[in-house]
Design a protein around this ligand. Structure first.
Ligand code: HPA
Length: 269
């Protein structure tokens, strides 16, 4: 694994002239932020050695290096999901490569189903914590001390400092944000009403099919993390209706610019 990470990082270094310290992973259909990146270099995943290739509709699958609000960033437009069949090492490989390239802060976005009865469709949820419900752990197996410690602390998986700063930015722009715990599960089915109730019972505010593996590996690697989840549907008793991937993307589209604004200001000093 170490060699593969080095090989991929080496390849990317040959394509990138900057030294980004901020990495961004954009969720399903959440590519709006990319339109704000200037001085862009785009690197399609299929041209990157050792990278898995994304297959889900709504993912264009490329790495974008450039400036967001003047700050050097390395963004992934489209991620790798466990439900696509990748194992957790593949799902999280790009985060390892980001670390090897010198990324210190990771911003992530996703779409989720809200299970907190106070939430509304279209809410932006700042992720304060997560619950890992994936059946495979990205750190299972041999631990490489070069990458991180065997038993990583997860007491502040999402940076309190970045959360506070993001809330300040949202308040300044009058953007409504909510905060909550994101439960990560495999999908690809959306939840049954009983499952939504279960997620609420165990302490989640929203449920989705991504993010948790990447944030675990980023913490293992000593990166600071920040995440925003767009609540695209509700798993709340009395409000549960049929959900589709298209609707999830539509709702995601409508509020993305607000998320982009928060992230753009978040990375300014
Ligand atoms: N459940 C799981 N993942 C999701 C949902 C949901 O309701 N909405 C968007 N992603």
């Amino acid at each position: 694994m170490l060699l593969k990470i080095q090989e991929t990082a080496h390849f990317l270094r040959s394509k990138i002239l900057t030294n980004p310290k901020t990495g961004i992973i954009l969720g399903t259909g959440l590519g709006n932020l990319v339109t704000q990146i200037t001085d862009k270099t785009e690197i399609p995943y299929e041209t990157i050695p050792n990278f898995p290739v994304s297959t889900v509709e709504g993912h264009s699958g490329k790495l974008i290096v450039g400036k967001l609000g003047g700050v050097d960033v390395l963004a992934m437009q489209g991620r790798f999901h466990f439900y696509e069949g990748y194992d957790m090492k593949a799902v999280t490989f790009p985060v390892r490569v980001m670390k090897a390239l010198g990324i210190e802060t990771l911003l992530v976005s996703n779409a989720s189903g809200g299970v907190n009865p106070g939430f509304e469709i279209g809410d932006l949820m700042i992720i304060t914590d997560h619950i890992n419900l994936f059946p495979e752990h990205p750190l299972r197996g041999k631990n490489f001390p070069e990458l991180g410690t065997r038993f990583p602390d997860m007491s502040e998986a999402y940076s309190k400092e970045l959360i506070a700063k993001a809330k300040g930015i949202a308040a300044k722009h009058n953007i409504k944000v909510v905060e909550g715990v994101y439960a990560g599960t495999t999908g690809p089915t959306f939840e049954t009403p009983a499952e939504y109730r279960y997620f609420r019972t165990i302490g989640a505010d929203a449920v989705g099919m991504s993010t948790v593996p990447e944030v675990i590996v980023a913490n293992h690697a000593g990166m600071r993390c920040f995440g925003i989840s767009i609540v695209t549907d509700l798993g709340v008793p009395g409000k549960i209706v049929e959900v589709s991937h298209e609707e999830v993307q539509e709702i995601g589209n409508s509020v993305q610019p607000l998320m982009t604004l928060i992230m753009k200001e978040l990375i300014q000093d």
